[in-house]
Write a protein of this length. Structure first.
Lengths: 304, 287
């Protein structure tokens, strides 16, 4: 247990910039830009925009709609930082077992009583659990701050306070948490593939990781044109390369989000749709095999 | 005396290159062994096989374990410094100490901190801010604080100035070596380690060409210094391993020659380790 703690700490030391500082900066930029927008509205238009909107539509806007708008605001901040995480986790996994071979510090890490399996799994854990936890934490704090800023403006302009209570921050948090397992399953093949390339490549892991599967997908498409059955090569390619972007490869469409009845309905809908897709499970299974391959590579390769 | 490292017929190919060719040796506990050889002789591959970093053909046992299959358990009792300046650049000194303390059951923080206090290294510094010499000091501080049975050093002082090199070996002898622990040093800076070794293993083209205790060397290798052309011819006839000229004199190195046969020709002295090294490494190259 102690070893796991220190392995995770080690990852956060090395990747502090991309795993911790980057989401913090993104959240700050998001808040500053939104704050500037709100101020601009107040100073230049004297809050006119909001007044006009509120006055003319006051009758037609229901508290529910305002609440939904606020919910979307909160969730979108988290998803924005989640998009950033898609990039950072991609490059994190790609370098995780390569960078220390390139600078030879792998020999230092291997001089300690830590197994290759522990090393590789600690990196999987960072990609699937630690990075999303940071994203969720930073995103929620930023989203709730933004919500507070927006409601301050609303109250200032005399909009009914009970609208604020129409928002459902807890429900949003619950929904986002419920998506986590789907992220873990859909990110597994990508993280596994990138770690595999990272562990085995003698150089240029990015080229191996990207060019090889893209070439394979093109080949399969060509074979399909030649009359072979459709193997869904491009969907597979997406699962292999884009899984670190939350929900990008889960097979969910807006359709699954729209037709829902309350929170439990939404989560139920999304869960059953995502979890019943065989591609998700096949991908996750492949991911486990790829991680095993990365462990084997870590055992054998000390140079790059 | 019990053997802590046993290697039998170690063989390793890199593509078509033969890095190790049936290398066989045994290292008992409590020795300081120099693993010597020119570049490409297989020193690093041998050490990697001992440390479980690479799979090799043949049999290798370290403290009774198979290093490749059992590296994690082995590393609780074996330490190594694989090369100079391989600590990750982003690591902070204090974090490095905390990490090793966190994962290594035999690490003693107080020992490490006491060693670091004698250096210029600041605990808040990052490795990239340290000089090469200081990185080696930090690595040494981390390693010396581990109560291990075997310490393996691969070219530990490469690229360091003479002050750091001397200090390195002094720390090794004074702070670490206790007569129980085994130290294996691979280097080609022979003069530097000559005085501290108890045993020497020489590798050439992946084969063990010499495996001897240091105290046995004078009996096995002799240097003959001759000054007349007649004596030189006679000396050449006695199958020397090596011959060189300096200051109008000829120096011959003999392995296993009868001192009584050499003495009439000139001055016989025990051969220096570096001369034995040059003689053995040249064997076959000139033939």
């Amino acid at each position: 247990m102690k070893t796991w703690y220190w392995l995770i700490r080690r990852e956060l030391w090395e990747h502090h910039g991309s795993l911790v500082r980057a989401p913090l900066i993104a959240a700050l930029v998001c808040l500053v830009l939104n704050g500037m927008g709100l101020l601009l509205g107040e100073v230049n238009l004297g809050g006119h925009l909001i007044h006009v909107a509120s006055m003319s539509h006051l009758a037609s806007i229901s508290a529910d709609q305002v609440g939904q708008g606020l919910d979307v605001l909160l969730a979108s901040v988290v998803l924005l930082i989640g998009l950033l995480m898609g990039f950072t986790v991609f490059f994190y996994a790609l370098g995780a077992l390569y960078d220390d071979r390139r600078d030879h510090s792998v020999l230092f890490w291997k001089s300690l009583p830590i197994s290759n399996t522990q090393t590789v799994l600690s990196k999987v854990l960072v990609a699937l659990v630690v990075a999303p936890a940071i994203t969720l934490g930073v995103g929620l704090v930023a989203g709730l701050t933004l919500l507070a800023m927006a409601s301050l403006v609303m109250v200032y302009h005399g909009l009914p306070l009970e609208w604020w209570f129409a928002a459902h921050p807890l429900r949003v948090i619950g929904t986002l948490l419920s998506l986590w397992p789907i992220y873990v399953l859909s990110a597994l093949p990508t993280v596994g593939w990138l770690l595999l390339c990272s562990a085995w490549a003698r150089g240029k892991p990015f080229l191996w990781a990207v060019v090889l599967p893209v070439g394979a997908a093109m080949m399969l498409t060509w074979l399909q044109w030649m009359g072979l059955p459709n193997l869904h090569a491009w969907a597979g390619l997406g699962q292999l390369l884009l899984g670190t972007f939350p929900m990008a490869t889960s097979g969910l469409t807006l359709h699954h989000w729209g037709h829902s009845d309350g929170w439990t309905g939404l989560v139920g809908n999304v869960w059953s749709a995502a979890m019943s897709a065989p591609a998700l499970w096949i991908g996750a299974l492949l991911g486990v095999v790829l991680v095993a391959g990365a462990i084997a590579g870590r055992r054998r390769c000390v140079g790059a | 005396m019990t053997a802590v490292i046993e290697a039998r017929n170690l063989t390793k190919h890199y593509g078509t290159t033969l890095a190790l060719d049936r290398a066989t040796f045994t290292i008992p506990a409590g020795r300081i062994v120099g693993l010597l050889g020119p570049n490409g002789a297989g020193k690093t591959t041998t050490l990697q096989a001992i440390l479980g970093l690479t799979a090799v053909a043949g049999e290798v046992r370290v403290l009774g374990r198979d290093p490749f299959e059992d590296r994690q358990a082995l590393m609780e009792e074996v330490c190594f410094i694989a090369d100079v300046a391989i600590l990750p650049r982003w690591l902070r000194v204090a974090d490095a100490v905390a990490f090793v303390e966190g994962v290594h059951p035999r690490f003693k923080r107080a020992t490490c901190e006491a060693f670091l206090a004698r250096t210029q290294i600041s605990l808040s510094a990052q490795v990239k801010q340290l000089s090469k010499g200081m990185i080696v000091q930090l690595h040494l501080a981390l390693i010396l604080a581990i109560d291990a049975k075997i310490l393996v050093l691969d070219e530990p002082t490469l690229g360091l100035d003479v002050l750091y090199r001397k200090a390195f070996y002094r720390s090794l002898l004074e702070d670490y070596y206790d007569g129980q622990r085994t130290i294996v040093i691979s280097t080609h800076q022979i003069k530097e380690v000559e005085a501290i070794l108890t045993d020497v293993i020489m590798l050439r083209h992946g084969q063990v060409v010499l495996d001897s205790a240091m105290e046995d060397l004078p009996g096995r290798f002799a240097q003959l210094q001759v000054s007349t052309p007649a004596a030189r011819e006679a000396a050449r006839a006695l199958a020397p391993l090596d011959e060189r000229q300096a200051f109008g004199q000829s120096f011959f190195i003999y392995g296993g020659a009868d001192p009584a046969a050499l003495a009439p020709l000139g001055t016989v002295t025990p051969a220096a380790l570096s001369d034995v090294f040059v003689a053995l490494m040249g064997q076959g190259e000139r033939a």
